[in-house]
Structure formats: C-alpha cells, structure tokens
Design a protein around this ligand. Sequence first.
Ligand code: PMP
Length: 359
Amino acid sequence: MRWKEQLLKLKPYQPGKSISEVKRQYGLTEIVKLASNENPFGSSEKVENVIAGYAGKFSMYPDGYATELRTHLADHLGVKEGQVILGNGSDEIIQMIARGLLKPGTKTVMAAPTFPQYKHNGIIEGCEITEIPLIDGAHDLDEMAAAIDERTSVVWLCSPNNPTGIYIKEEELTAFMARVPSDVLVVLDEAYYEYVTAEDYHDSLRLLKQYKNLIILRTFSKIYGLASFRVGYGIAHEETITALEPVREPFNVNTLAQAAAIAALMDQEFVDGCKKENRAGLEQFYQFCDRAGLTYYPSQGNFILIDFKKDGQEVFQFLLERGYIVRSGTALGFPTCVRITIGSKEQNQGLIQVIKEYL
Ligand code: PMP
C-alpha cells in the first residue's frame, strides 16, 4: 500500500514532555518547565482584560483576514498590510510555504541542526532535503548558497538558530541574499527576534525592500507569551503574500487569538521588561557555566544550549526526576547537550542548583 509506506516513513513531531505527563510519571507536584522556549513571565495583563470581554461570544467564525491584527502589525512594523500573512503559529506558515512550494522533484536547503519543522514539512511534501551542517552552531551560508541549484525552491534560515541561539550577522545575510537566485524563496525564521541584543544582527525588514524572494517569520509565542493561542506571522513583498494566501486555511487564527495578539502588541513595555530579564537570566547561566567549566553556545534567544560532554539524555533524566523539564540534546542533534529555556531568576537559580548536584 503506497500511501502507508509514504506516511510510515515519518515520525510524529515530539515537542517534549508536558507538565501533567511528568507529574503523573514521577509523582511530583511542583514542576518547572524550561523546555519549549516559552515566556516564564506569562503575557501582558492587557491580554487578560481583553480576553475576559469575549465570554459568550463564540458562535461566529473569526475574521478570516485578521483585518485588525494585520493593521496593527503593519503599523508596528512599518510595512503595508498586504505584506503580512497570519498563521496558527509560525508553524502553520512553515506548513503553508512547504505545501505551496515543496513539491516532489524540488529541493530545499536548510542548516542542520535547526528547527525541525522545515525538514518535517519538506518530507511530508515529498521534496528532496539538503542539510548543511552548522559550524560552531552557526549557519554555513557559503555552503548553503553553493547547495542551491535549479531544482531548489526554498532555503530556510533560522536566526537566532534554534537550538544553538547563534544569529546571522547583517553583513553575512546581505552577502547571502545577493547570491540567491531571485526565483528561490528565502525563509528567515526570526521566532526569537525580540530577544536579540547583538548590534550587528540583521535588519531583515530593510532587506525586504530589495528582495521579493524573502519572507520573515515571527511569532507571538515567545516574548509576547501567547504560545497557547497560536499566532505567528510572515512579512514579505506583497506579491509573495498574495501567492501564499490561497494556501492558508480560511479561518486559521481564532477570534480570541487575534484579540490577544493585538493587546500584546500594544504593551511594548512588557516586551522590553522580558527582554531585560532574559538577558540577565542568560548572564546567570553564563556565569554558572564559566565557573563550573561547562561549554555553552552564546545565545541571542531565550534559551541556552549547554554541552555536558556526556550523554545529554542522562542529564535530562536527572533534571526531570527532580522536577525540571528541559530539552535533551539527543532529539535536537546535539547528543551531549541539553537546551534550557531561560526562566525567571528564581527558576534559573533552582535549576542551576540541581545541575550542581548532578555535576
Ligand atoms: N520557529 C522556531 C525557530 C521556533 O523555535 C518555533 C517554536 N519553538 C517556531 C518557529 C514555532 O513557533 P509558533 O509557536 O509560532 O508556531
């Protein structure tokens, strides 16, 4: 049966252990989850106020075009409304791009390891995947550009890269874009954009003015703290957005999610506060690692990949049994590492204490 063989080649995407699963499995009551790069400070209070007003108003379909949210986002970003597409998480935009462009017979290029959804969706669509190994956690943009051929339809970049946290520099991205043929779409996933503090980080919105073949992905799941609502967005030239719109599900972003995202966008003070706390949290981990002699990748995201130089799964398990859910590097292509989401100061301190016990 051909259909079955095709699907059985795929493994379901495993985003990591849930709090309830760990509570049940280990009989624990207190769990700290620092595994999925969520915001430890929740979301803006403005979101709660807005959501409360929606009680009992669930019988109508959402605005399929997310008109208001799109207007707010376009204003916020300084682009035209027609340059924005909304998704049920940026996961869905990745899926739209794959569904629209990664046909059998085409090829797609990405770094490895990187965010697994690019590859996963490429496989589902039956497209050939070319993976270019990272160098010290960073994209090898030279090799990636060299891997593009006449069958290549999409190239994926992730900056800061998940799971290393390493970013692409402005000059590197500019040079890369100049090498990519104009009929190849470059997807620049900036899920962690709002956390970046590096001064030579790329100004991707500026590049959009020059390149019709660039789409930037961002999300409300990370610094805005709305992961459960599932809102992500793509920003590109109007022609690129027009081309993607037919692939989008008609009512893909629900009414509450749209309202929550608008409220979150209105509270940039919350965002700034989270960015500062995250930087301080990263410093907390850097100091600890430096003192403990542990290597790590310097991160521009809200997570840190620490190399324990032994089985990362073992470290993961030790922490799990003590109530801390992190990500084992085994599933992320870094078998001797664990990836830790930066938590609140207290959460970081608690986790560092348990890591000390392990060491
Ligand atoms: N891109 C990257 C690099 C991510 O790390 C994630 C979430 N882990 C996503 C996309 C998906 O985010 P969303 O919640 O918007 O679907």
